[in-house]
Design a protein around this ligand. Structure first.
Ligand code: AMP
Length: 291
């Protein structure tokens, strides 16, 4: 097992990327906020298949946390993250030693359309922070391909749009959602769940997938009236609350590319079912294809 380079300064990062480029290597990149799990590592695996060198970064981005959110308590596990990335075959780990934002930072990017609604209704400045850090990190690492998880489906869609709109020379690849043995989408924030919370959280993907199959018409005959989107969503929301969640930020059927909300059947495929539910203040995101 070879040791990855651990780089903390932009100057050294650029020098290394230049050296690799000079010798004909291609660069794959996986940005993370650390507290790594198999979901992150599955993206590293994709990067290693797509490029000859893989770079991961660990940076808890203050710009995407609103006041009162968990920026201070967000899990920080640098050494175990480095060990995991080493075992996963990462070639370079970029861990910026200081804030990536100058005190007088004043440039912001807004992605309209796919950036409106859904998450934005509940975390209004979240994507502004995400887009900013992704833009900065892509400029720093300058990879050929960058891999983002489908777990954060709206985020992935926004990043694809930004890259296209801003002519950033990188190919964006979406990695499938990694789940535990019960189907729960892996997330660094799952560590906040107590035992009951974990039981509740593990119901979410089951309710979601059942609703998606119902909407896709795969359960036709099994459930009368399954083609009614509103009815299906209402039933799934009741199941989510019955499973122990406190509230639901949203459960929506959307067009997979435009993220436009679909309310009527028949609908154009591919479509995606997106959900965010809260358990004791912990937001759990999940999504799946719905035909
Ligand atoms: P984060 O560290 O939460 O910012 O996530 C870094 C990257 O890992 C993002 O592209 C996420 O979408 C992705 N990711 C997080 N959880 C999963 C998962 N369960 N499966 C696949 N990708 C994931």
């Amino acid at each position: 097992m070879s040791q990855p380079l651990i780089i903390r300064s932009l100057r050294e990062l650029r020098a290394q990327i230049w050296e690799w480029r000079g010798s004909g290597e291609t660069i794959g990149y996986v940005p993370t906020m650390g507290a790594l799990h198999e979901g992150h590592l599955s993206l590293i695996k994709i990067s290693r298949q797509k490029a000859s060198k893989t770079v991961a970064s660990i940076y808890v981005n203050p710009a995407q946390f609103a006041p009162g959110e968990d920026f201070d308590s967000y899990p920080r596990e640098e050494q175990s993250d480095i060990d995991k990335l080493t075992r996963a075959g990462c070639d370079l780990i970029y861990i910026p030693s200081s804030s990536l934002y100058a005190n007088d930072h004043s440039t912001y990017i807004k992605v309209n359309g796919v950036g409106d609604g859904l998450e934005t209704d509940h975390r209004p400045s979240f994507f502004e922070g995400v887009v900013l850090i992704v833009m900065k990190l892509l400029n720093r690492v300058a990879p050929d391909v960058a891999i983002f998880g489908e777990k954060d489906y709206q985020q992935l869609t926004i990043i694809r749009k930004m890259v296209r709109d801003m002519d950033i020379p990188v190919k964006i690849i979406g990695g499938p959602i990694a789940r535990d043995a019960h189907g729960l989408a892996l997330s660094s924030r799952n560590a906040y769940l107590d035992e009951d919370g974990l039981c509740t959280a593990r119901q979410l993907n089951k309710i979601l997938h059942r609703c998606a199959r119902e909407l896709a018409g795969e359960l036709a005959g099994e459930l009368a009236g399954s083609a009614d989107i509103d009815e299906s969503l209402t039933r799934a929301k009741a199941d989510i609350i019955a499973a122990g969640f406190d509230s639901i930020d949203y459960l929506e059927l959307v067009d997979s590319r435009s993220l436009a909300i679909i309310t009527q059947t028949p609908f154009t495929k591919p479509a995606r079912l997106l959900v965010v539910a809260r358990y004791k203040g912990i937001r759990l995101l999940d999504n799946c294809a719905a035909g």
